[in-house]
Design a protein around this ligand. Structure first.
Ligand code: PGA
Length: 253
């Protein structure tokens, strides 16, 4: 029922030339892939060139951030209509690096998600607990708080457009992946919350796992009932590696 969605979050990596070379190589490696949606989120300067390189492929383009306003005096920011203009179908919001390094609140993430939906761009809304929060048995409370805040302005009619990314902060860029069981436990909690908030639509919302996803651990994560995709940082920077992640079914044991 839920189409798997594998997304590459390049963070602050790749020049325009490197990004286009990746897009061309990756498109060839996944030309026959039909089982999943594929998304690439380059840094802003490479969006236009990658959009061109992906034209005619099944690979969608995402931004890594957005500002909620349409236009105005917001130096350094990029608006939803600008993302539409450059060809973004998705945008990541509320990534833990934005929450923790740049002080973004769930209330601000909620404005971004609503603004994206109003412009027809699908938000990938990230949530996840820190190691301290997990060790204090606060994981579910933190997730509930972030979901409640970040999705506050999403209507049930638009909810199916949203993708959630569960990214435990302790697993991001650390090589320390959540076990499939730990990830599934959090995904099941998130699923329950989505069903309560959005009714039957809660079953249709894709929930990605993120945090040290690699070609050799993606299949067992994807085998979990409430894991519908992956948001991949480090292992998405090489075309062959991200293509192997997209082709997780072929590696399944
Ligand atoms: P990682 O990053 O795959 O390098 O752990 C994931 C993310 O932050 O989206």
């Amino acid at each position: 029922m839920r189409v798997p969605i594998l997304a590459a979050n390049w963070k602050m990596h790749k020049t325009i030339g490197e990004a286009v070379a990746f897009a061309q190589a990756f498109a060839l490696l996944v030309v026959d892939v039909a089982h999943a949606e594929m998304v690439i989120a380059p840094p802003f300067p490479a969006l236009a060139a990658v959009a061109g390189a992906l034209r005619g492929t099944r690979v969608a383009l995402a931004a890594q951030n957005v500002h909620p306003e349409k236009q105005g005096a917001f130096t350094g920011e990029v608006s939803p209509p600008m993302l539409v203009d450059v060809g973004c179908g998705y945008a990541i919001v509320g990534h833990s690096e934005r929450r923790h390094l740049f002080g973004e609140s769930s209330a601000f993430v909620a404005k971004k998600a609503a603004a994206l939906l109003a412009h027809g761009v699908r938000p990938i809304v990230c949530v996840g607990e820190t190691l301290d929060e997990r060790e204090a048995s606060r994981t579910f409370a933190v997730l509930e708080d972030q979901l409640t805040g970040s999705l506050a302005a999403v209507s049930p009619e638009k909810a199916a457009e949203v993708v959630i990314a569960y990214e435990p902060v302790w697993a991001i860029g650390t090589g320390r992946t959540a076990t499939p069981a730990i990830a599934q436990e959090a995904h099941a909690m998130i699923r329950g919350w989505l069903q309560k908030r959005f009714g039957a639509t809660g079953d249709a919302i894709r929930i990605q796992y993120g945090g040290s996803v690699k070609p050799d651990n993606v299949a067992e994560l994807m085998a979990q009932p409430d894991i519908d995709g992956a948001l991949v940082g480090g292992a998405s920077l090489e075309a062959a590696s991200f293509a192997a992640i997209v082709r997780y079914q072929e590696n399944a044991k």
